[in-house]
Design a protein around this ligand. Structure first.
Ligand SMILES: *[C@@H]1O[C@H](CO)[C@@H](O)[C@H](O)[C@H]1NC(C)=O
Length: 174
């Protein structure tokens, strides 16, 4: 289950990254330092660390359907603007909780994940500019029901923040 979650998260992250590059994550964790700001569009995602300088401006994120449903496809559409080139060595720290239980804390190689998951053909280096992406992923029926809280922070190889995403997704038990 941790694995299916990881895949799901990785796909979502990639989609965002593609759209603008970066994406990291979702959902606001209570008790973290982040200042959250809504992201335009129909999704549970917010921008966290919103008062800090970030290389990626996310202009729009839509999930269809929102919220996503277990055993069904979800399409992530995102648009964003990249201010500085994102190169090999960029990484994403992802944290996932189910209720109060920490399910996953993991660092992913951003460029590697983009290659593996084909997010709109995005590849490092990602030049400055505007990006739009669409990515469809299937949410496995095996994902346990519950309220998931996701936090993702992406950084360049020099540890400059690319983006911070947070959000909550609730999967009912039926
Ligand atoms: C999800 O989309 C893929 C590709 O479009 C399709 O093959 C698959 O059957 C879809 N899955 C569901 C559960 O609708």
């Amino acid at each position: 289950m941790t694995r299916t979650l990881q895949l799901y998260l990785a796909a979502l992250l990639l989609a965002l990254a593609a759209a603008s590059p970066v994406f990291p994550a979702f959902f606001g964790l209570p008790g973290t330092r982040s200042q959250n700001k809504p992201i335009p569009g129909d999704s549970p995602l917010e921008q966290c660390d919103a008062d800090d300088k970030q290389l990626l401006t996310i202009q729009l994120v839509n999930l269809l359907p929102n919220p996503p449903v277990r055993g069904e496809n979800v399409t992530v559409s995102a648009a964003g603007h990249v201010k500085e080139t994102i190169k090999e060595g960029a990484y994403v720290d992802v944290e996932v909780r189910l209720g109060y239980i920490k399910l996953l804390t993991q660092t992913y190689d951003l460029c590697e994940e983009l290659e593996k998951n084909d997010v709109g053909g995005l590849k490092c280096p990602i030049a400055p500019g505007d990006y739009k992406i669409d990515k469809t992923v299937e949410i496995p029926q095996e994902v346990p029901p519950g309220k998931y809280t996701v936090l993702a922070r992406a950084y360049t190889e020099d540890d400059d923040e690319i983006t911070c995403l947070s959000g909550d997704i609730f999967f009912p038990s039926y």
